[in-house]
Design a protein around this ligand. Structure first.
Ligand code: GLU
Length: 318
């Protein structure tokens, strides 16, 4: 990289690096105002003070700061991956006969709308009920085969064949998932899914896929490029990548998606581990990790960091 020394791109790189480091320092203290996802015992063991960020551009230039090497599980971010596979397997008509497309003002694990709606169809694939319905659609001869297909797509999007499942988180969630089990039985009772235990097993395992901020940034970039990975390989059909990004905007940040669209203005999907995968269409992928959560289940420091970053660079897509 000698020949770039002093060039415009190099100065931009240095500026960007300093920006990320200063933003992480500035927002890390707000972790005190948040709480870990204690309903999954293994997630309650995370260090709530961590905050990390990675940003990758189309040329593969990666900028990182803070706890960007720390590993965490995808949790709800996996809902997006599972949705894309279900759409590849069955097409839109079948998938959206089982799950809706509308945002909800209710918490992600709410059962309330399932009971009062005329049709017991979950409102969208980003809430737990909808994601469980989607996981039931992923094809494969066994739970292992179905999960392997999800892992394969995550590895391709992240350009990282080493990505795997964190078994302690998987077991922890499986052993304490009364609420998700209740949702799944309700869905079975309404004819949305067939096999509760198999479906939940796929769902718990996909939630336990373990990544770091750089993986999330590369996955975000793959969606930013409409399904083409950093290495230039098409791993998701363009129309499905577009659909996934639309869900990120309308439902990606749980029942705070409206506020996030106004304040930050870029497609993003969060998980209760504190991860957020975000992107700027055609430009960059972003991975953030800060395990202290706000009341709606989003990383409290991660959201503030992204808001500041988006405003400084004028990234809103609106
Ligand atoms: N595995 C978590 C659950 O089902 C995912 C929730 C989330 O990240 O929003 O509760």
């Amino acid at each position: 990289m000698e020949k770039n020394k002093g060039s415009k791109t190099d100065k931009w790189g240095v500026w960007m690096q300093r920006l990320l480091e200063s933003l992480v320092e500035k927002h890390r203290p707000a972790a005190r105002e948040g709480k870990l996802a204690e309903y999954i015992p293994e997630l309650a063991k995370q260090d709530s003070r961590l905050l990390g960020m990675a940003v990758v551009d189309r040329a593969g230039k990666m900028h990182t700061a803070g706890a960007y090497r720390d590993r965490f599980t995808l949790q709800s971010i996996s809902k997006l991956i599972a949705l894309m596979i279900a759409l590849m397997d069955h097409g839109e008509e079948k998938v959206f006969s089982k799950v809706g497309m509308e945002p909800t003002g209710d918490p992600f694990h709410s059962i309330y709308k399932l009971e009062i709606a005329r049709e017991a169809k979950p409102l969208n694939p980003m809430i737990n009920a909808g994601a469980i319905a989607v996981s039931s659609l992923i094809q494969g001869g066994s739970v292992e085969e179905r999960v392997e297909r999800i892992l394969h797509l995550v590895r391709e999007m992240a350009d990282n064949p080493g990505i795997d499942i964190n078994r302690s988180v998987y077991q922890s969630e499986r052993d304490t998932a009364d609420r998700n089990r209740a949702l799944a039985y309700f869905l079975k009772g309404s004819g949305v899914i067939d096999d509760v235990e198999e479906t939940l097993d796929v769902y718990f395992r996909q939630c336990s896929i373990c990544v770091d901020c750089r993986d999330l940034a590369r996955m975000g970039l793959c969606l930013a490029q409409n399904g083409i990975s950093l290495r230039g390989k098409r791993v998701i059909p363009g129309d499905i990548a577009r659909l996934a990004k639309t869900f990120m905007v309308t439902c990606g940040m749980y029942n705070a998606s409206g506020e996030f669209a106004i304040r930050v203005g870029i497609p993003a999907k969060s998980g209760v581990s504190g991860g957020i995968m975000a992107l700027v269409p055609g430009r960059m992928g972003i991975g953030v990790f800060g395990p202290a959560l706000d009341k709606k289940g989003n990383s409290i420091t991660g959201v503030r960091l992204l808001e500041d970053f988006s405003k400084k660079l004028g990234l809103s897509i609106f």
